[in-house]
Every structure is written in structure tokens, then in C-alpha cells.
Ligand binder design. Structure first.
Ligand code: GCO
Length: 472
């Protein structure tokens, strides 16, 4: 069939995150993160009873990881820094040099082979000491994060071009402090998650300002923020479903994208209206959604060089008739029902379906609605059972890359793509039961042996040829 070619300069990569791959949870002076604490206290939170204590042991195997990156031929590696590995208590007065040295070694190893490091400063593993003080629900977290980030930029800013402040504020806030399905497993629905969102956005904006004023000059680097943009389509044309889809997009995408990447800034109007109305009905004197002052809005607006987009799947949205009125305190999820087309392949993860057209639509939607210099897709992938013959992952990869190229043809500005993930790793509360790796990891072996799956060979070929076949 016809082939589509990636534009010149397009960057290919793979992604991982510290708690999911590093292991060495207390090695060489590392402090405790809120994931360490949560799982050690309550192993039952994880479906297969595993933890990230050892995982793939990248803390000791980073040279093998870089070897795999060279095998694949990627241009960049997106990984995250574990805050408690470099600052065991979170505060920057107590520094763990061994932790800094680990990331320094990894960065140098990547640069030696011309692989650009792309560093996520925060991917869910807050130092437990900071969580003891309220974590992201405490407005002081803005200052803690700014201090931490300054130290990372001081140390690595001259070598690292690509920076991402936060991975998925919706995961940090909705799941961490609202639903309580991710660390710190706090559930203060309708309140804590919105406080968290405001703090995370302000922390991000502070770091961008610092980067822009001081650290960018060293190497013309770029700094962005990773936002989960899964696609949502109405189940059908019924007015209530179309409206529910619109609202749900604003609650899951607009809440984060609008303050940073729109001309007006601020939270989306419909989100403000719904939360204000519900709060009033519940007898609150003010909206449960914190206000962004005009100074805060201008600090946040435009505070990114690129939009880092994590995209996995698509859902069909409907609003159950009897529940037409948004439920009072759970605005962000309780008043919609999500389903999938039966034609979409199902991954090992129950929420993950293959619907590549959704990537196309999400990119076009962002392009029409928001204002940003460019996008890097920082996560997209597929989960399976163990096994080297991962044909489903191969199909998913090809079809999503094809959808991406179609969107680029139609005006989306996307300059890079990272597959999630380099290798199997600790998939949060699903433990080791959902395998996302291009490389399989043998978790029973002391060496945590990594073996390329079929998808690793296919991705390597795509990167080398810069072509995807239209048949997929
Ligand atoms: C994230 C994600 C990743 C997951 C991946 C597969 O927040 O970036 O949670 O860490 O492993 O999305 O579910």
C-alpha cells in the first residue's frame, strides 16, 4: 500500500518513569516516596501484591537500558527523576549525592551515544515527608517543587535539552487526592483534587519562569508539561450525550490545557460554572474550585515551550438519563458513563482499547482549540500478557503512528513520539500484571533480563526507515 513518511527532524523515543523501573527503593541513601510508604503499609492496594521495590532494577541496570535504546535507534529517552532519591526528605537542604550521581551517569551514558535525555521532574513519587505535610494539597508544595527543580536545572541544565515538569496532573490530583486510587490514596472528593490542580499549575508556572529567565540560555532547551489527552466521543447524537462529552472533555483535558495553552487562560468556564453551582447547592459559601487570580492566570498562561501529550485510548461518553444533573461533588467523573466500541481490540489493561482514529481527532481538536508552539507525544502504548510475540502491540503501534501522520498532514504540529514503554515495568496498582514493554523483562531472574519483543524490531525498523505503511 501507500506509505507515509515522517517529516524531517521528527524525533522518536521511548518513555519510562522512576518508580516504575528503578527499584533500589532505599539504595545508597534514597528517601521514602509516597508510593514506597503506601505499598509497604498496604500491599493489598496492588492487584498482584508486587511493589516497585526492585522492579526492573534500572538503578543497577541503566547501562543495559541505554544499550537497548541504541538497539532501537531512538533519538531521545524520556525518564523521570525520583525526588526522594536526590533529596530524601524532599527539602533541598539534605542532598543525596549518590542519587545525583546516578542520574548524572545515566545522562552521560545517553549523551555518549547521541541520545537526548528528556527528563520528567515529577512522575508521581513525592517524598513521603512532604506528603506528611499535605503533599500537593499544601500550597507550600509550590515552593518545595520550585526549589527541587532549581537544583535539577543547576545540576543538569547544561546537558539536558528537554524538560517536563509534571507527568499528568490529572493522575496526581484526581487519582491521588480525589478518587484516592493512586498514591497518596487520599480521597477528599470534590475538594482536595481541585486544590491540588491549582498548586501543580502554579508550581509548573514558577519553574517555567525560572527556566525561561535563567536556564534556557545554556543550551536553547525546552520545557513543557505532560497532559493526558485521551479522546472522548459521544456515544450517539443524543443532545445529553453530546453535552456530557463536551463537559467531560473540559473536566479531563480543558482543566489543565486551558490555563496554560489558551489565549484567555484560567479554568474552562463550564468547569467553573458546574462546580460553582454544585457547591452552592451543597451549602458552600464559595465554589470548591479555587479561584485563579489575574496574576496567577498570567503566570500560568503560556508557560510552556511545548505540550507533552500522553495518549492511549478513546471512550464513548453518555449521560444516564436519570442522572442528567451532574452529581454534586464528583463532577469530574460521576455523571458520565464511558463505554467502548466492540470493534476496538482490548489490551491487558481493561481501560485500554485500540482506536487510533482517536489520536487523529484529539490532535485536530487541540490544534483548533488551543494555542501552543508544538506537541511531543510523550506516551502511547499497549499492554499484554508476558510473551515475545506481541502482534497486538505491533498493530497498535503502526496504526497509531499512521493516525499521527494523518494528523500532521492535516495541520497538527507534532515533533516527536515516545512509546510507552521501553520495557515491562511496575504498572502502579496493576503491579507487574500488565506488560507495556517493547522489551520483555524476566522479573524472576536476578539480572532482570531484558529481551526484545517483536514490537521492538518493528519500532526499530520504523525509526530507521521513517516510514509507516498505510495498510495499518
Ligand atoms: C502516566 C502513566 C504511566 C503508565 C502508562 C500505562 O501517568 O504517565 O500512568 O505511568 O504506566 O500510562 O498505564
Amino acid at each position: 500500500g501507500a506509505v507515509r513518511r515522517f517529516p524531517p527532524g521528527f524525533m522518536f523515543g521511548v518513555a519510562s518513569a522512576a518508580y516504575q523501573v528503578e527499584g533500589g527503593w532505599d539504595a545508597d541513601g534514597k528517601g521514602e516516596s509516597m508510593w514506597d510508604r503506601s505499598i509497604h503499609k498496604r500491599p493489598d492496594l496492588i492487584s498482584d501484591g508486587t511493589s516497585g521495590d526492585v522492579s526492573t532494577d534500572s538503578y543497577h541496570n541503566y547501562k543495559r537500558d541505554v544499550e537497548m535504546l541504541r538497539e532501537l535507534g531512538v533519538d531521545f529517552y524520556r525518564f523521570s527523576i525520583s525526588w526522594p532519591r536526590v533529596f530524601p526528605d524532599g527539602f533541598t537542604n539534605n542532598k543525596n549525592e549518590a542519587g545525583f550521581q546516578y542520574y548524572n551517569n545515566l545522562i552521560d551514558e545517553l549523551l555518549k551515544y547521541n541520545i537526548e535525555p528528556m527528563i520528567t521532574m515529577y512522575h508521581f513519587d513525592l517524598p513521603q515527608k512532604l506528603q506528611d505535610l499535605g503533599g500537593w494539597a499544601n500550597p507550600l508544595s509550590i515552593l518545595w517543587f520550585e526549589d527541587y527543580a532549581r537544583n535539577l536545572l543547576e545540576r543538569y541544565g547544561s546537558k539536558v535539552k528537554y524538560w517536563i515538569t509534571f507527568n499528568q496532573p490529572n493522575g496526581i490530583c484526581m487519582e491521588g487526592y480525589g478518587d484516592g486510587t493512586m498514591a497518596p490514596f487520599v480521597s477528599v472528593k470534590g475538594i482536595a483534587e481541585y486544590i491540588c490542580v491549582k498548586n501543580v499549575l502554579l508550581a509548573h508556572a514558577r519553574v517555567w519562569k525560572m527556566f525561561n529567565e535563567k536556564y534556557r540560555v545554556k543550551n536553547k532547551g525546552s520545557l513543557g508539561i505532560s497532559i493526558a489527552v485521551n479522546w472522548l466521543d459521544p456515544l450517539n447524537n443524543a443532545t445529553e450525550n453530546v453535552q456530557a462529552t463536551d463537559e467531560y472533555r473540559e473536566f479531563t483535558i480543558g482543566l489543565y490545557v486551558n490555563p496554560i495553552f489558551s489565549k484567555t487562560g484560567d479554568f474552562p468556564q463550564v468547569v467553573k460554572d458546574i462546580i460553582a453551582r454544585n457547591s452552592k447547592e451543597q451549602g458552600f459559601r464559595k465554589s470548591r474550585l479555587p479561584v485563579l487570580t489575574s496574576d496567577e492566570i498570567s503566570a500560568i498562561r503560556g508557560s510552556a515551550d511545548f505540550l507533552a501529550m500522553n495518549h492511549y485510548t478513546t471512550s464513548l461518553v453518555s449521560r444516564p438519563k436519570k442522572n442528567n444533573h451532574p452529581s454534586p461533588s464528583f463532577e469530574h467523573d460521576a455523571n458520565v458513563k464511558l463505554t467502548y466500541s466492540k470493534h476496538w481490540a482490548v489490551a491487558k489493561s481493561p481501560w485500554l482499547r485500540s482506536a487510533p482514529y482517536g489520536l487523529y481527532k484529539a490532535l485536530i481538536y487541540l490544534n483548533l482549540k488551543y494555542d501552543y508552539p508544538y506537541i511531543i507525544i510523550t506516551e502511547n502504548g499497549w499492554s499484554t500478557d508476558p510473551g515475545l510475540d506481541d502482534t497486538q502491540r505491533v498493530d497498535n503501534l503502526r496504526s497509531y503512528l499512521n493516525a499521527l501522520l494523518l494528523a500532521i498532514e492535516d495541520g497538527a504540529e507534532v515533533s516527536g513520539y515516545a512509546a510507552w514503554s521501553l520495557m515491562d515495568n511496575f504498572e502502579w496498582t496493576a503491579g507487574l500484571s500488565e506488560r507495556f514493554g517493547l522489551y520483555e523483562v524476566d522479573f524472576d531472574a536476578a539480572e532482570k533480563t531484558r529481551t526484545p519483543r517483536k514490537s521492538a524490531f518493528v519500532y526499530k525498523e520504523i525509526i530507521a526507515s521513517r516510514i509507516v505503511d498505510e495498510a495499518f
